[in-house]
Design a protein. Sequence first.
Length: 154
Amino acid sequence: MRITTWAEYGVICALHLAKRRADGPVTGRDLAAREALSADYVEQILLRLRRAGLLSSTRGARGGYSLARAPEEITVREIIAASELATFDLHCVSHPIGDERCSDSQNCSIRPVWMMLQRRIDDALESVRLSDLLADEPSVRRRVGLPVLQGQVG
């Protein structure tokens, strides 16, 4: 699995909006400038997140984007799925046409391994909430079961 910039920027954008939740709607251009990301790219990602129901948008002079739900109610899996349109591209499922080896009629002993991996990745991403990412890195490391690096305090 490779985390694409769509997925990474989606999480960055959602986290930025979670951090600024009390400020009201945030424009895509402001978010892009503060996070040093391409404004056009950010706008596309924000649209995807809005279409998925993770963000709401407000028009007008004080308009922009805000979270549609509390950070505790949004999972990293939802953000990545909305940004990327999938959390794990299982080639034999998404592109079986023209590849006889990957058709459902074939007995493929590898396919169940990829499907199991997809399920485990989705489960892991589903277990992390946007609110978890509001903490510092050592706290997030502990939350997801990783060791805290030497020199990190938290």
